[in-house]
Design a protein around this ligand. Structure first.
Ligand SMILES: *[C@@H]1O[C@H](CO)[C@@H](O)[C@H](O)[C@H]1NC(C)=O
Length: 528
């Protein structure tokens, strides 16, 4: 009897495992599917893509969980359905999009893990604000790790509008509910209009105590939702950066160490709650990030504070002990403005040799913020291939403005952003921005092709002076050379190519090792 049961059970499991809840769509089935289902998450993928393969089991699991909420997950193989993918602007794999019917399409901006997908799509399925009653409020409070409930009178249109606007804006991050039942507010110890954030960690809830304004509510949601001492990782990093308050990192290599530091520093974190976020970070997995905070990336444990708004770094002495007392004092000093930020900079070049101005952290303000000039800045990394490919073109570009006598109006400059702290948020290399004369606070990020012509156009269209230089692609005048000369050139080129090949063989062994480190670095940066 027992055996029979076991067999029946495992057969049932097998059946569950093989049936997929992810709908496979083609150009013929896609339109009807998104029309016929209120809410669909669609993955556009390619079978060879590694991130897609990693996502697959998570996506399956999420589809199964979300089935009962009538939220559909679908996928499209873009190697089979190129036109369909192109029509939705798919440029990389996997691309995930949320469909509310065929015309209301939004990028999915959650993490690529089953629980994150489930939580994100659940939020999408609800109205931005759920109206709560005494029968539904208790369930609602535990629907997610963090939920917000606004309490205001039924006729208080102003508070209602304010709250709803914040909810629409932040609906991807939190669940929002509201109630106009005065009894419920009273039970929470709040008066109309007010707001309570419920959380599954720390003290369980936080009460909003400021004036009911959109800005204050948004800031409250972002800070009160973060655990007293949380953990920095790929899923939480963006959240910490969005708080608008400094982040204190506790780097430690083992989970036990991280727990014990959390306990040690709990009171310090509590004292600065709402003003500074505290979080541990796994120094084994993300130790390289210590380098971004101007800490040595191989000495742990370590502690540093990052001003997330101005991207200033305050590393704590890595030789000193991390205790409630020492860190308590360091943080107090930081708050009092007594700790100098650490600024990583190459030395200021003695002379600017080429047409491209070399920026380092120490001359950044002098060059970039020079209000009399339109300044085009390339943020690069020495290991970045696209940057290397751009370099000769960028030199030519800078030379054009010099030759045209326009260098008093336009500066073409670059900065090695791995060796110099810059105030800008750099998402990838190269990043190119134009700092317009007279308006240095809103640089414009370049998103065009990396061609000289397009860069010239960008400077003209966005700079204060609309300065323009002309450039012509070198024409094929090789063809006009006497045949003998060009044959001699070819022979020369062939010898050089052979020499290069020999050198490259040795070179590549050396560089393979360094490239591997760099790739790993880049990936961590990418992850975080
Ligand atoms: C907010 O306004 C909407 C639209 O008028 C209404 O349906 C909802 O009940 C209001 N919320 C509360 C908590 O009264």
């Amino acid at each position: 009897m027992r055996n029979f049961k076991a067999i029946a059970l495992s057969a049932a499991f097998a059946a569950v495992a093989s049936a997929s809840d992810v709908e496979v769509l083609t150009k013929d089935t896609f339109p009807d599917f998104v029309k016929g289902n209120d809410l669909v998450l669609a993955e556009f993928y390619a079978p060879w893509c590694g991130h897609c393969k990693a996502l697959a089991p998570e996506y399956e699991e999420a589809a199964t969980t979300l089935k009962e909420k009538n939220i559909k997950l679908a996928k499209v193989d873009c190697t089979e359905e190129a036109d369909l993918c192109q029509s939705y602007g798919v440029e990389g794999y996997p691309t995930l999009k949320v469909f509310r019917g065929p015309d209301n399409v939004n990028a999915y901006s959650g993490a690529r893990k089953a629980p994150a997908i489930v939580s994100y799509m659940t939020k999408q399925s609800l109205p931005a604000v759920s109206l709560l009653t005494k029968d539904t409020i208790e369930d609602f409070k535990i629907q997610d790790k963090v939920v917000l409930v606004g309490y205001f009178a039924a006729d208080d249109k102003t508070s209602n509008t304010t709250y709803t606007e914040v909810a629409e804006k932040l609906r991807d991050s939190y669940l929002f509910g509201a109630s106009n039942d005065a009894e419920l507010a009273k039970a929470e110890g709040v008066e109309f209009p007010s707001l309570v954030l419920y959380k599954s960690f720390d003290e369980g809830k936080s009460i909003f105590t400021e004036t009911f304004s959109g800005e204050a509510i948004e800031k409250f949601a972002k800070t009160a939702s973060i655990p007293l001492i949380g953990e920095v990782g790929p899923d939480t990093y963006a959240g910490y950066m969005a708080t608008g308050i400094p982040l204190a990192y506790i780097f430690a290599e083992t989970a036990e160490e991280r727990d014990s530091f959390s306990a040690e520093l709990k009171d310090v974190a509590e004292k600065h709650r709402g003003a500074i976020s505290f979080a541990t970070i796994d120094a084994k997995a993300f130790g390289a990030h210590a380098g971004n905070l101007n800490l040595k990336a191989d000495v742990f444990p370590a502690f540093a504070i990052q001003d997330t708004v101005n991207n200033k770094k305050f590393p704590y002495d890595q030789e000193a002990k991390i205790t409630a007392e020492t860190i308590g004092k360091f943080v107090d000093d930081f708050v009092a403005g007594k700790v100098e930020p650490s600024v990583k900079s190459e030395p200021i070049p003695e002379t600017q040799e080429g047409p491209v101005q070399i920026i380092v952290a120490k001359n950044y303000d002098d060059i970039v913020l020079d209000n009399t000039k339109d300044v085009l800045v390339e943020f690069y990394a020495p290991w970045c291939g696209h940057c290397k490919a751009l370099a000769p073109k960028y030199d030519i570009l800078a030379g054009l403005y010099v030759d045209a006598g326009l260098d008093s109006k336009v500066t073409i400059a670059k900065v090695d952003a791995t060796l110099n702290d810059v105030p800008d948020e750099i998402q990838g290399f190269p990043t190119i921005k134009l700092f317009k004369a007279g308006d240095k606070t809103n640089p414009i990020t370049y998103s065009g092709s990396r061609s000289i012509e397009d860069l010239i156009k960008f400077v003209k269209e966005n700079g204060k002076y609309a300065a323009e230089v002309s450039y012509e692609e070198p024409s094929e005048d090789e063809a006009q050379k006497p045949i003998v000369e060009s044959m001699a050139e070819q022979a020369q080129a062939a010898t050089e190519a052979a020499k290069d090949a020999a050198e490259e063989a040795t070179e590549s062994v050396k560089s393979a090792a360094s490239e591997a480190t760099e790739a790993a670095d880049a990936e961590i940066h990418d992850e975080l």
